[in-house]
Each structure stands twice: as structure tokens, then as C-alpha cells.
Design a protein around this ligand. Structure first.
Ligand code: IPM
Ligand code: MG
Length: 368
């Protein structure tokens, strides 16, 4: 299905539970087209291990160009044990990193929200996590993930040396800091910026440049600097002190997993990766659940589709200018949780366990 003026969405289910959770998103898009006269056109393509099996590479040029041309890309998950032993440059995850880098998706937004219906799923005490609402803003196209030189090389005495390089420039820091400050203004007006300025020069630069951005354009926003290891600790001690957490690529990767788990389940958390506005005001974007491919439960109709469905809701909001529909979808998810329906990852006593498909259907029934 492909209409010319429609909103083009590219679905990349990928590996593991990816296809199962993305299938539910597809059902919702179809529902919106049919019942709300929306004009989504969507195509589905291979990525990650699925693409390696079919095409010997984690993403083909054709799929890459399709993602360039779409209004939003929704990805399930990349990777799994089947491909673990491949050479580094051929691994499924390279597809994801290529999309992030070449679509210039420098801003990764990872909300960690503790749903009131699920406070008991968290490993922390309910009073510590209830009402938790943090937004992690992770820089996504710089730092040690992409820095050169990199590699593994032989050295003397039959030893080898592994090399990665962590670099950030003023511009890279400024553009991600602005994203964090702009988001904070729409929330509780507070940014905590994390680095290791006690041991890394790039951390010193990060701290100084974030402060410059704040002093120049965001005087009204509260800014705190925190060492990243302390932030990891504070997230467990008193997570509600945070509003927006700003971090580089590597620290953001780790802190976002930690923050996510505070909420009880990775199965609920969406993410958005956004690029800069182009000259037509359009931003490139990719949406994906924070959980990975979960190979142990793949193919069992057991996975929680909510993280991917909420990723669609972020796409409606940030890329497709459909705030009303995004609200409607968020509300439908809340209603289903209120009704006590739970996939296995979030089941608790007295609640009804449902499959991936049932959960998708239940959410659609609440859209009506
Ligand atoms: C994430 C993942 C990825 C990352 C992997 C799959 C490459 O952990 O999105 O957080 O490290 O960025
Ligand atoms: Mg990660």
C-alpha cells in the first residue's frame, strides 16, 4: 500500500520478538486508516539478523534509502545469539548504528515512566518509584560508539590492543544540550547533565559547553552537573529527583537501561531517535522499543507489545503531527492496564495474563 501524499512509515521488525511486536503496531496503523480516515502508508523491510539471513548484510542499500524517504521508521529489534559469532562489522547491530549515524539521529529520547498500575513490578519500593517520570536525552551519533581510531591490533609479545576513541565537539554538545533544555521547559524545567569530568577531558568540555548553552539561552531552566557514576547511584537512591537527564552516547546507554528497569519492565518503554530539522522543517526519525530482541521468548506470542505501541505514539507526536491520535493511543494503553490485562513480563497476582496479540487487540478495542 503506498499513496503519494500519505504519511510514509517504514516498519523494520528485525529479529527475535521484533516481528511480533511490530505486527501489533501494523494493526493499529490499519485501524487508524480505516476508522479515522488517516492516510498512513506503510511498508515492511528486513533489518539486522533477518537481513543477514536473506541478503548477507544487516541492511541493504534499498532499505537504507527507504528509511531516508519515510516520515518515520519504526524498528522492532536487531540481533540474537544466532549472529553473535559474526565478525564485528557484519553483526545485526551494525544496521542500527548505520541508521543512527547516516540519518544523523543525534538525539535519543528515552522516557522512563512508572505506570501507577505497575508500581509493584519494580524491584524498588513503591514509594521510591511511584509517579516516576524521567526523560533521558542520550547523544546518539558521537562519542566512543563512533570515534576513530578504533580497532583491535597486534602489539609486541603476542599481545593485542583494543582501541576506541571518545570525542565530542562543541557543536555536538550544544545541539544535544538544546534538545534537553527544550524538553525540560515542557516538563519540570530541570536538567541533570552527566559526564566524568573528574577523569576525562571530553567530560570537562561536556560540562563547560552544556553550561554555556544554559547561560546563553536557557536561563530559566535549572541545570545540575553530576558525575555519571553518581547519577547511576542516585537513580537507585532517589530517582524522583530527576526530570531530564542529559548524557553522552555511552553513559546514556547505561543510564537509560538502569532508569528503564526502575519502572518495573523494559517491555513498556518506547524511544525516539531524532535528527535535525531539514530545510522543509522535516526531521528524520526512528522509533524503537528500549527492550532488545529477547530471543528466549521469541515466536511464543508472549512478548509485551506496549513499548513498541508507545513508540508509535511518540512517532505520531514527534514526526507525524498527530498529537491527538498520540494522546488517544496513550490513553488506550492506560485503560487496558487499568482493566488488569498483563503480558507475562508484568503479570502479578489477580491480573489476567494475555498474549502479544490479545494485548494489541485490547488496546485497539480501547481506541474505539
Ligand atoms: C541501545 C542498545 C544499542 C546501543 C545496541 C543494540 C547497539 O543497547 O539502543 O541501547 O548500545 O546503543
Ligand atoms: Mg542499550
Amino acid at each position: 500500500m503506498n499513496k503519494s501524499n500519505s504519511r510514509k512509515i517504514l516498519l523494520l521488525p528485525g529479529d527475535g520478538i521484533g516481528p511480533e511486536v511490530v505486527r501489533e503496531v501494523k494493526k493499529i496503523l490499519e485501524w487508524f486508516n480505516k476508522n479515522k480516515s488517516l492516510d498512513f502508508s506503510f511498508e515492511e523491510e528486513l533489518i539486522g539478523g533477518a537481513s543477514i539471513d536473506a541478503n548477507k548484510i544487516p541492511i541493504t542499500d534499498e532499505v537504507f534509502f527507504k528509511s531516508l524517504q519515510s516520515d518515520a521508521v519504526i524498528l522492532g529489534a536487531c540481533g540474537g545469539p544466532k549472529w553473535d559469532n559474526l565478525e564485528f562489522s557484519k553483526k545485526p547491530e551494525r544496521a542500527l548504528l548505520k541508521l543512527r549515524k547516516e540519518l544523523k539521529l543525534f538525539a535519543n529520547l528515552r522516557p522512563a515512566i512508572c505506570f501507577k498500575q505497575l508500581v509493584d513490578s519494580s524491584s524498588l519500593k513503591p514509594e521510591i518509584v511511584s509517579g516516576l517520570d524521567i526523560m533521558i536525552v542520550r547523544e546518539l551519533t558521537g562519542g566512543i560508539y563512533f570515534g576513530e581510531p578504533r580497532g583491535i591490533e597486534p602489539i609486541e609479545n603476542n599481545q593485542r590492543k583494543g582501541i576506541n576513541t571518545h570525542t565530542y565537539t562543541t557543536n555536538e554538545i550544544h545541539r544535544i544540550a538544546k534538545v534537553a533544555f527544550d524538553l525540560a521547559k515542557k516538563r519540570s524545567n530541570k536538567v541533570t547533565s552527566c559526564e566524568k569530568s573528574n577523569v576525562m577531558e571530553a567530560g570537562v568540555l561536556w560540562r563547560e559547553e552544556v553550561q554555556i548553552v544554559k547561560d546563553k539561552d536557557y536561563k530559566s531552566v535549572e541545570l545540575n552537573h553530576m558525575l555519571a557514576d553518581n547519577c547511576a547511584m542516585q537513580l537507585l537512591r532517589n530517582p524522583k529527583q530527576f526530570d531530564v537527564i542529559l548524557a553522552d552516547n555511552l553513559f546514556g546507554d547505561m543510564l537509560s537501561d538502569e532508569a528503564a528497569m526502575l519502572t518495573g519492565s523494559l517491555g513498556l518503554l518506547p524511544s525516539a531517535s531524532l535528527g535535525a530539522k531539514d530545510k522543509n522543517g522535516k526531521i528524520r526519525s526512528l522509533y524503537e522499543p528500549v527492550h532488545g530482541s529477547a530471543p528466549d521468548i521469541a515466536g511464543k506470542n508472549m512478548a509485551n507489545p506496549i513499548a513498541t505501541i508507545l513508540s508509535l505514539s511518540m512517532a505520531l507526536r514527534y514526526s507525524l503531527n498527530l498529537d491527538k491520535e498520540a494522546d488517544q493511543l496513550d490513553l488506550a494503553v492506560q485503560k487496558v492496564l487499568d482493566d488488569g490485562l498483563r503480558t507475562k513480563d508484568i503479570i502479578s497476582k489477580g491480573k489476567k495474563e494475555v498474549t502479544t496479540t490479545d494485548m494489541g487487540d485490547a488496546i485497539i478495542s480501547k481506541l474505539k
